[in-house]
Design a protein around this ligand. Structure first.
Ligand code: ADP
Ligand code: MG
Length: 295
């Protein structure tokens, strides 16, 4: 564990811990020469044999290289990677803002649908970017605590599960990948995970953002949205229910399909009312049926 004032690589000065778990922490730090703020994710060496360690490092490095190659405004940028005091460190862009989990915690009974639709479309855009890379990147741990909202109102995905993959190399770890409640059935068993696994996690995330109900309350069981919050639109209820199908084949098959469905529910930024636009009429030029404002 690092303390405020500690220096890594002769240039990163630790400011404070931001969060973390048994595998390591995330720190806020200053690049002492550039005077910029960065976030540093630490992975503590917990391997029990040299073979496990080597496999773990290989996996971690591969994953770090993969992350460093990503280039999207909603994906946190990686700038450095190093090993020091036997621990592994990943340096990334510091996001000034809050996680969606902490925003949700301060709300009463969930967040407004208009806001959630807007976020959902943006999350679809970044997932589409990841899913259409070659080979595809499956995020696998989408949930409100891994999405941050910047002060400028933009969303960023943090936590690309490096710790999780890294940990998977150690035999000590027998936990399933992903987070209970957000991970689909196939991620718990031997099933193959693919883009549709992220679609399930997106469904669980949207369900929670709208209702504040914790999806870990009872695994794979989601009460219909409107049984918890009757003001939610039927369109949204149907979209979330389809994302949350236990059988992969019953879900949307691509994230682009989810986004197209979400685009049918457009909220007017002027009068905040929901407009359901027939699929064939969706365009850049849709107007609110209530106040005429451009949607
Ligand atoms: N790039 C970042 N910028 C600012 N805060 C971050 C950043 N990455 C992580 N955090 C903070 O650290 C917490 C834990 O980070 P995360 O990467 O989700 O690790 P884990 O879930 O494995 O503990 C987050 O909830 C967030 O508050
Ligand atoms: Mg996390």
């Amino acid at each position: 564990m690092l303390n405020p004032g500690d220096i890594l690589q002769g240039k990163y000065r630790i400011i404070k811990a931001l969060g973390g778990n048994g595998m390591g922490r995330v720190y806020q730090a200053e690049h002492t020469m550039l005077k910029t703020t960065v976030a540093i994710k630490e992975l503590i060496d917990q391997f029990s044999t040299p073979q496990e360690r080597q496999a773990g490092i290989d996996l971690f490095l591969k994953e770090a290289q993969r992350l460093a190659a990503l280039d999207h405004p909603m994906v946190v940028k990686v700038s450095d990677f190093f090993i020091e005091r036997n621990n592994y460190y990943l340096v990334m862009e510091y996001v000034e803002g809050q996680t969606l989990e902490s925003i949700l915690n301060t709300s009463s009974g969930g967040l407004p649908e208009a806001l959630v639709v807007d976020w959902a479309i943006n999350i679809c855009n970044v997932l589409e970017y990841l899913h259409t890379l070659s080979p595809p990147v499956i995020f696998r741990d989408l949930k409100p605590s891994n999405i941050m909202l910047t002060q400028m109102g933009r969303l960023k995905l943090i936590d690309f599960g490096i710790a999780r993959e890294f940990k998977a190399g150690a035999t000590k770890d027998t936990k399933p990948l992903g987070t209970p409640g957000y991970a689909p059935p196939e991620q718990h068993g031997t099933g193959q995970t693919d883009a549709r696994s992220d679609i399930y996690s997106l469904g669980a995330t949207l369900h929670q953002l709208l209702t504040k109900r914790d999806p870990a309350d009872s695994l794979f069981m989601f009460p219909t949205l409107r049984s918890i919050k009757p003001t939610v639109s039927e369109t949204m209820e149907n979209i979330v229910a389809k994302c949350l199908q236990r059988d992969q084949a019953q879900r949307y098959q691509t994230i682009a399909e989810v986004r197209d469905a979400l685009r049918l529910c457009r909220f007017c930024s002027n009068c905040n009312r929901l407009n359901i636009i027939p699929k064939e009429q969706v365009s850049k030029w849709n107007f609110c049926i209530y106040c005429g404002h451009k949607l």
